[in-house]
Design a protein around this ligand. Sequence first.
Ligand code: HAM
Length: 444
Amino acid sequence: MTERKQFRAIKGTRDILPPDSSLWNWFEQGARDVFESYNYREIRLPIFEETELFSRSVGLETEVVSKEMYTFNPDENPFTPQYGKLEHELFVAGATYSLRPEATASVCRAYIEHGMHTLPGNVKLYYMGPMFRRERPQKGRYRQFYQIGAEVLGQSDAPAIDAELIEMLMVFFARVGLTKTTLYVNSIGDKNCRPAYVERLREELRKVKDQLRDDSQRRIETNPLRVLDSKLPEEQPIIEKLPRIAEHLCDACREHFAKLKDELKLRRIGYEENWRLVRGLDYYTRTTFEVIAEGLGSQNAVCGGGRYDGLVKLLSGPPTKGIGFAIGSDRSILSIQEGGAAPKLGGLSVFIAWMGEAAYLGGVGIARKLRAAGLSVELPPEEMKFKKALGLADKLGARYALILGEDEITAGKFTLKNMADGAQRKYSEGQLLEYLESERRGSG
Ligand code: HAM
């Protein structure tokens, strides 16, 4: 007989188990609360799209599109040849599909598809969910990872939009205890000034080509800006001598960047300028920013974002300005945990230790009332000796044990044991509910 295979999560993907999942929910709820307070609303997007949406937006030459996408051709599914005809009816002939490596492209696609440019004011959206990139897995880098993103689309590119978006991001990070962070900002110019700068950079890079490694050599021709991203120690002295974009911005871009910095100061947001922050996706113009956090090693960017004023038009939509960011949830949560700032969340409030038929019947009713009051309650489905029940309550981390025996039911008085200090008190049902509810409010 052949041995049965045991399945494991695919490399680069992982299960998020309790109690970590509570921390994830808390983190995501924090984002919802903060973003909604800035008048952003959630958009839910598909997890796969036409490949071309990403190649056009993010760029064919980028690492993300050229190497890291999970792409499939629906006509070529060996398991379901009978669906071939259906695929032809449902999907665009000859198109391939990709798991989304990011969601800005999808937001722009949806903005165009639903005519959102006719909505009043700026369109402010946020999203959260898994993204997929075929990268080499390591600490803080996964093939299925999670982002929380926010995007503003509309007619205006006022620097106040950029600054408010960044303020919202930093308010959120502060709220979840991610305070040991550095915010880097830069401007990479626009279609009027960047092409000349890129050409200048390319010329300078060609002069030092021999001193650069393979990747950088290749990028001189494909995407010279990406050379600035290099982390190789031997390339650093060369890069530091290259021409800097700040000295090549056109007047409009320079003014936009200066105003953004004034706005950040107005909002008391600490930042560092980083002329090498060019970001790895092609759609950016003007403002780019990134936040790095402590305790993460090399994969320390917890958020990246920037302006993408030409993207909606590039996707055949109306001329539209846009800016946004995406937070990497996996890394942010890792950093919160490593920094010891993770809150102790939820957990079991009450374990009902019951013995005897009457106690069980009473317990079912009490459990339902306590749960309706928002408490987390465990009612064992089978009878257990009190000693064993209290032992289990302890192992499950229950804050209280409610002791129900025949006597308690007859007297209508129940003993509540505080599991932390062992203190016991008797309550009537009404008092019990009132006490536990006030405790819940206090601890919540
Ligand atoms: P990004 O810089 O490619 O930007 O990704 C944003 C964040 O996602 C990163 O800073 C990082 O925290 C997280 N991240 C990226 N790849 C991985 C991975 N393999 N494993 C774990 N975390 C990862 C974007 O995706 C843009 N769409 C952001 C944006 C929105 N720009 C404008 N609007």
